[in-house]
Design a protein around this ligand. Structure first.
Ligand SMILES: [Fe+2]
Length: 172
């Protein structure tokens, strides 16, 4: 068979039988407030992939004016892409702006704040492992992982009438 005959031919074999299903979310940055899970005052997240088998989560973080994502340490890396607005960490002098990408290496401890002149920021984050909430001297006050995220989603989706099973579509 010549190359031009197969260039647009779909893969002909079945996918591995143990492979998980893909997740496809149209309009991920939704206007539907029910899809945004409250996390703190003026802070919400929208789950996209809650990967319990590898211990990470992909989510959109939304912070409105005066919201703060409280101080936490990451033992594992974080990747972020700013979709809207602008924010910074109290611990760094750079500013994450719309269209920008950030890599946060393991060992980071930071506090995310949105400046007063920004109504709302939305950032796509991949968070791996765990976030440990700490006091200014590093004493652990609490944590979040993919399982606490799933629990928060279940509780919220139940409360807004979507049902706690609504989260299942995002879990892999
Ligand atoms: Fe963080």
């Amino acid at each position: 068979m010549k190359d031009e005959d197969t260039a647009r031919m779909p893969y002909q074999l079945p996918f591995p039988k143990d492979a998980q299903e893909e997740i496809v979310i149209p309009n991920a940055v939704s206007e539907d407030e029910r899809l945004w899970v409250p996390q703190a005052e003026n802070v919400w997240f929208r789950p996209l992939c809650l990967n319990r088998s590898q211990g990470y989560w992909m989510n959109l973080l939304k912070v409105r004016k005066a919201g703060v994502l409280s101080r936490h340490r990451h033992p594992q890396p974080v990747h972020g892409f700013v979709l809207k607005g602008r924010w910074h960490y109290l611990e760094h002098d750079w500013v994450a702006e719309e269209g920008g990408y950030v890599y946060e290496p393991p060992g980071e401890t930071h506090t995310l704040v949105v400046p007063d002149d920004v109504e709302e920021m939305i950032t796509y984050f991949q968070v791996n492992g765990v976030m440990c909430y700490v006091d200014p001297w590093g004493e652990v006050q609490g944590y979040e992982d993919v399982f606490t995220k799933i629990d928060l989603c279940r509780k919220h989706f139940q409360e807004v009438g979507l049902g706690e099973d609504y989260v299942d579509q995002f879990i892999r």
